[in-house]
Design a protein around this ligand. Sequence first.
Ligand SMILES: NC(=O)c1ccc[n+]([C@@H]2O[C@H](COP(=O)([O-])OP(=O)(O)OC[C@H]3O[C@@H](n4cnc5c(N)ncnc54)[C@H](OP(=O)(O)O)[C@@H]3O)[C@@H](O)[C@H]2O)c1
Length: 277
Amino acid sequence: MEKEKKGVVCVTGGSGFIGSWLVRLLLERDYTVNATVKDLKDERETKHLQALEGADSRLHLFEIDLLNYDSVLAPIKGTVGVFHLASPCIVERVEDPERVLLDPAIKGTTNVLEAAKASGVGRVVVTSSISAIIPSPSWPADVVKGEDCWADIDYCKKNEIWYPLSKTLAEKAAWAFAKENNLDVVVVNPGTVMGPILPPAINASMAMLSLLLQGCTEAYENVYMGSVHVKDVALAHILVYENPSASGRHLCIESICHFSDFAAKVAELYPEYKIAR
Ligand SMILES: NC(=O)c1ccc[n+]([C@@H]2O[C@H](COP(=O)([O-])OP(=O)(O)OC[C@H]3O[C@@H](n4cnc5c(N)ncnc54)[C@H](OP(=O)(O)O)[C@@H]3O)[C@@H](O)[C@H]2O)c1
């Protein structure tokens, strides 16, 4: 029996840790995928994607700069759905947060949505983060953090924690654009994403794990983390894309634990390493 033909979808940030898994699962489900990379000449961004099953006939790679609207429009034109993952994922201190993190995250998101609107795309799935929900220190301790809970913008600015600020402002910009332009947007908010890495380079969340394996000496006081498998995150994107009734924000986390319990679990799983405690 002939397989059901799926339309063409665009995955921005297709070369990344989560993006590569999403491209892989979409190809497995018979979609044709326009995936974006930052530099088409860099094999570290392209080779692992071109090696995926189905890539030879149903994967098209595009080079984009999130700040350049025309470059963003090209892979989106003619698609029925967009998954917007491309955003700088840098959690360590940066010198120029506006240029390095905030502009590409926020303007990049509005450029993608603008292009999706201009191209008549059916639905855009935006990858936000748990970092757009916490830190929210003034949220009452006895109230569940629901879809109306946002990371505290002033707190982020005051404490110079730019990555959560970039994700919060980018997600807020996405909702504002969707409302003003009547565009169908659904958001996934993953926790700390872990799992097998398809690209040759390590991303920020897996780098945190490797830091533990190297025995980091930094003190993390009363930090909780919610981790989730990268394949589940990729699948969650497809589920909210394909399910017409999906709407709003979707926290995507397997479980939440204290960082010291997480470190203890890693130590149990990898007894051959000297894990920081
Ligand atoms: N990993 C996590 O734990 C986690 C948790 C929650 C949310 N997220 C979100 O998930 C998304 C993907 O993250 P990831 O972990 O897969 O990170 P990643 O491996 O660093 O992927 C980021 C992707 O964005 C692209 N990109 C960054 N800046 C760009 C720019 N200026 N122009 C064009 N492309 C640009 C990168 O291209 P290059 O590969 O060419 O650099 C890469 O494909 C991000 O939106 C991130 O905020 C991640």
